[in-house]
Design a protein around this ligand. Structure first.
Ligand code: 5GP
Length: 118
């Protein structure tokens, strides 16, 4: 599987599609999900071209991996979610229900989320 350079998140990274930015550094961009599934729903993405979590985990540098997960923690802390609780999800591939083929971590919070598996 090759990386689709025209996927929606690649276009957001290139500035071709707007987003409501929450955080950005050299390696990471985070923005609000366009169709939130919780009162707070943020997407955290690496700037590198990685298809999914398996691709990111095997090919990304230690700096990229650290930056991504540091951003997840810092965003949750900055939004006060670490006090009330939150959930992270990284859908991967067809069976994982991944729609956008650029690796992303969902941060969901701001209210009770209910059981994840039912
Ligand atoms: P996935 O199902 O791939 O894990 O999640 C993709 C997420 O991207 C969905 O929650 C969807 O609402 C969000 N999304 C799709 N298109 C856009 C867009 O153009 N802008 C933003 N901000 N989010 C999007």
């Amino acid at each position: 599987m090759t990386y689709d350079t025209n996927n929606i998140f690649a276009r957001i990274l290139r500035g071709e599609i707007p987003c409501k930015k929450v955080y950005e550094d050299d390696l990471v961009l985070a923005f609000h999900d366009i169709a939130p599934h919780a009162p707070v729903h943020i997407l955290v993405i690496p700037k590198g071209a990685y298809i999914n979590q398996a691709d990111f985990g095997t090919r990304a540098s230690a700096d990229e991996i650290a930056a991504l997960y540091r951003a997840v923690a810092n965003i949750a802390t900055d939004l006060g979610l670490h006090e009330t609780g939150f959930r992270t999800i990284a859908n991967t591939g067809l069976n994982g229900g991944q729609e956008v083929p650029h690796f992303h971590v969902h941060i969901l919070g701001g209210g009770a989320l209910g059981p994840m598996l039912s």
